[in-house]
Every structure is written in C-alpha cells, then in structure tokens.
Design a protein around this ligand. Structure first.
Ligand SMILES: Nc1ncnc2c1ncn2[C@@H]1O[C@H](COP(=O)(O)OP(=O)(O)OP(=O)(O)O)[C@@H](O)[C@H]1O
Length: 201
C-alpha cells in the first residue's frame, strides 16, 4: 500500500519547477523531504494531496488514481492552519467527523470547539487541523512545515502526539521541513528534494 507520485511535472509559469519527479511513500512509514527554499516542496505536497494537478505524470493511491470529488486518502496539513479552516465555522463543525478519542489524543480541549478559528491560538488551531486530517478514511498524511511558527516545547508536544496517532493507525506520513534535527527525530528516512531531473533555478 503506497502513495506514489509518478513522473510528476509542474510549473506555475513557463519555467518548470518540478520535472519528471517520482516519489513513493509506503503505509506505516514516515518519510522526510528536505530541500532548499523555493525548490518546490510545498508544490509537491499539494500535488500529492490533490490541491494541484500535475502537467505530466500522475498520483496513485494504493496503485489507483484518486476519484475526482471523492475524499482524498492523502490529507495535507499546512503551515498556516488559519488558511485551511473557514473563519466563520465553529471548530466543532471543522472536526465533526473526527472521533472524540482522536481529539483527546491531540490534547484538544472541548471548550475550544465552541470557538471559531480566530478565537484560538495558532498552536490550538494547528491541533484542530491535524485532527481534521485524521479522518477515519485517511491513509496518508502530508505535513508541510506544520510547526515552523511554534516554539520548541510546543513543536515537540505536537510532533509527539501526531507521530503517536500516525503509528497507532499505521498511516504513511510525508514530512516537509527545513529542520534537519526534527526530521532525524521523527522520520524513518529523509530524502533530499531537488525538483527532479533537469530543473534549473
Ligand atoms: N501559486 C503560485 N503561483 C506562482 N508561483 C508560485 C506559487 N506558489 C509557489 N510559487 C513559486 O514556486 C516556487 C516553489 O514554491 P514552493 O512553495 O513549492 O517551494 P518550497 O520548496 O516549499 O519553498 P520554502 O521551503 O521556501 O517553503 C517558488 O519560486 C514560489 O515563488
């Protein structure tokens, strides 16, 4: 069982950002993706989770393309949770499909759920967006710089809880980060991302 990006190419304008790049994430593994700023790591994360469509190549989940409009089994957790959560919604609505044990596992307090996104802290909102990504149908997570804006203690707490949840559910997780120490700590393996064959910047 795997999440595969097969011969992916993508560009925002004329210059290719990602070219003929392939990557495989196996269920139950935590794979780190490290690379210089601007190489296209966030773009790769978006391609793998269906937020962007590759110009060439394809994304396969367990060997098959994801059905358009269906729940994507690879869920993206972004650096800025406030961009991922509708500010008008009470947080209880954001996590309505998530079982209470998962909320408790992530240290989410019931009183946060009565509020909206702008009425909780960044760390609290990131826990909510992690919880939402842990839908029962999720098989893979792509975590893109999810604790970059947080202090060390909060980072460590969130990663400990997320990794425990991932291991317990035997999910595959791709971790995009600049932080080599974090990746050494969290990942089974770390790869260097360069955008693929022949990309220039
Ligand atoms: N929506 C967009 N439209 C046009 N260009 C974009 C868009 N999003 C990103 N880019 C450009 O694509 C390149 C790669 O961006 P991306 O965010 O994927 O890189 P990254 O490796 O994640 O960078 P960082 O490590 O700094 O977060 C950058 O030059 C960026 O300016």
């Amino acid at each position: 069982m795997s999440l595969t990006g097969e011969n992916l190419s993508f560009s925002y304008g004329r210059t290719p950002l990602i070219r003929d790049y392939s990557i495989t994430l196996t269920e139950g593994r935590i794979l780190g993706v490290h690379g210089y700023s601007g190489t296209g790591k966030s773009t790769l994360a978006r391609l793998l989770t269906g937020y962007l469509t590759p110009s060439e190549g394809r994304v396969l989940v367990d060997g098959a393309p994801v059905v358009r409009g269906a729940f994507h089994p690879a869920q993206l957790i972004q650096q800025h949770p406030e961009r991922a959560v509708d500010p008008r919604w009470r947080l209880s609505r954001v996590v309505e499909n998530i079982d209470p044990d998962t909320l408790e596992q992530l240290g989410i307090r019931p009183e946060w759920l009565t509020r909206r996104a702008l009425e909780v802290s960044g760390g609290q909102l990131q826990r909510i967006s992690i919880a939402r990504a842990l839908d029962p149908r999720t098989r893979y997570l792509v975590a893109d710089e999810i604790t970059t804006m947080m202090d060390g203690l909060l980072q460590a707490d969130i990663w400990a809880k997320l990794v425990a949840a991932v291991r317990e559910r035997d999910l595959g997780m791709l971790v995009v980060s600049h932080d080599r120490d974090l990746m050494r700590h969290v990942c089974d393996e770390v790869i260097e991302f360069d955008g693929g064959a022949g990309t220039r910047r």
